[in-house]
Design a binder for this molecule. Structure first.
Ligand SMILES: Nc1ncnc2c1ncn2[C@@H]1O[C@H](COP(=O)(O)OP(=O)(O)OP(=O)(O)O)[C@@H](O)[C@H]1O
Ligand SMILES: [Mg+2]
Length: 298
């Protein structure tokens, strides 16, 4: 027993005498110190980011519940977001922030749990074959709503210009920001500079709607000049929260509403296409008056 111990101790002593291993040990210690220092710096940075984030939120007047704040902190410390840049839009049901991560511009859409119209949300989710929620809490409905928007956006990403869907967590959706090279968000079709080529944009929208219906098999459900952004004379579709798969009982009525909005906007820009003509162009079918009647209720 003793022998073993002695051998070990001798070995240890010898190791101390060996200049190579002592150098290695010093190297290990300095590596560890450096790692600790980096950890401390990272920690400090996170705390600074949280502080700045809280400062920014003050202008939003305490709109977020503590669970939402925790999820947002989680995104900051989980390396999904480096910094929140500012608020792009503060609506009744959601706030959209711009943020940065690894030189990439992001949009963070946060649903306000307290003011969401979950009764309407419920109607849309109920008929969707992708969801099987029975009686649910408000929070569960909002989570399903975000999940639905995320899935619709992911589907749309494969077919038309739309912000890349990156992540969803509870009531938060993280996606690509549609913006210029400096991170300035692109304007909505409604606010786009008046010298844009409306004729060519209408033609692209017409084709995109056909593709969304026939190939992606979804209907946007809330399409208008408010939910289309213009970047380099091209339309980008956002806000797929009300989107439904074409198998949804409301899909045709929602499509009628979409084409009506699009046709009435472009009519004001001198492009005359009747909405029933656009409907037929997209679906290949004549518009059914019952679907049209139903569309007035949503
Ligand atoms: N990915 C994005 N890139 C650039 N801007 C965006 C993006 N997503 C949203 N926005 C901006 O934020 C606004 C609101 O986003 P969105 O339409 O998804 O939310 P909303 O719930 O409809 O809000 P509101 O009810 O106020 O219209 C958009 O009109 C657009 O200006
Ligand atoms: Mg919108």
């Amino acid at each position: 027993m003793n022998n073993t111990k002695d051998t070990y101790n001798n070995k240890d002593k010898n190791r101390d005498k060996n200049p190579e291993s002592s150098k290695n040990r010093k190297h290990d210690i300095s590596n560890m110190e450096q790692e600790k220092r980096l950890d401390r710096e990272y920690q400090k940075k996170i705390i600074e980011r949280k502080k700045k984030f809280l400062e920014d939120l003050k202008t939003e007047d305490g709109v977020f519940d503590s669970r939402t704040l925790l999820s947002l902190y989680g995104l900051l410390s989980g390396k999904h977001i480096e910094e929140f840049v500012g608020t792009i839009n503060s609506g009744k049901e959601s706030i959209v922030f711009s943020a940065v991560n690894k030189k990439r511009y992001l949009a963070v859409k946060v649903y306000r749990v307290s003011t969401c119209d979950f009764k309407t949300m419920w109607k849309y989710i109920q008929g969707d074959p992708r969801f099987h929620l029975r009686k649910s809490s408000t929070r569960q409905i909002i989570h399903a709503w975000v999940e639905k928007e995320f899935r619709n956006l992911k589907r749309a990403n494969n077919y038309v210009n739309s912000p890349k869907a990156l992540l969803r967590r509870e009531n938060i959706l993280l996606m690509e920001l549609i913006c210029d090279d400096n991170g300035v968000p692109s304007p909505r079709l409604k606010d786009a500079p008046s010298d844009i080529d409306y004729k060519s944009i209408f033609k692209i929208i017409r084709e995109d709607l056909k593709t969304l219906y026939n190939d992606a098999e979804i209907v946007h459900g809330d399409l208008s000049e408010y939910n289309i952004l213009i970047k380099e004379n091209m339309p980008y579709y956002i806000d797929f929260s009300q989107g439904v798969v074409i198998q949804h009982p409301l899909s045709k009525s929602l499509l009628i509403r979409d084409v009506k909005n699009i046709c009435s906007f472009f009519k004001r820009k001198g492009i005359s296409w009747d909405y029933d003509r656009l409907y037929k162009y997209i679906t290949g079918e004549n518009l059914n008056p019952i679907d049209e009647e139903l569309s007035k209720n949503y």
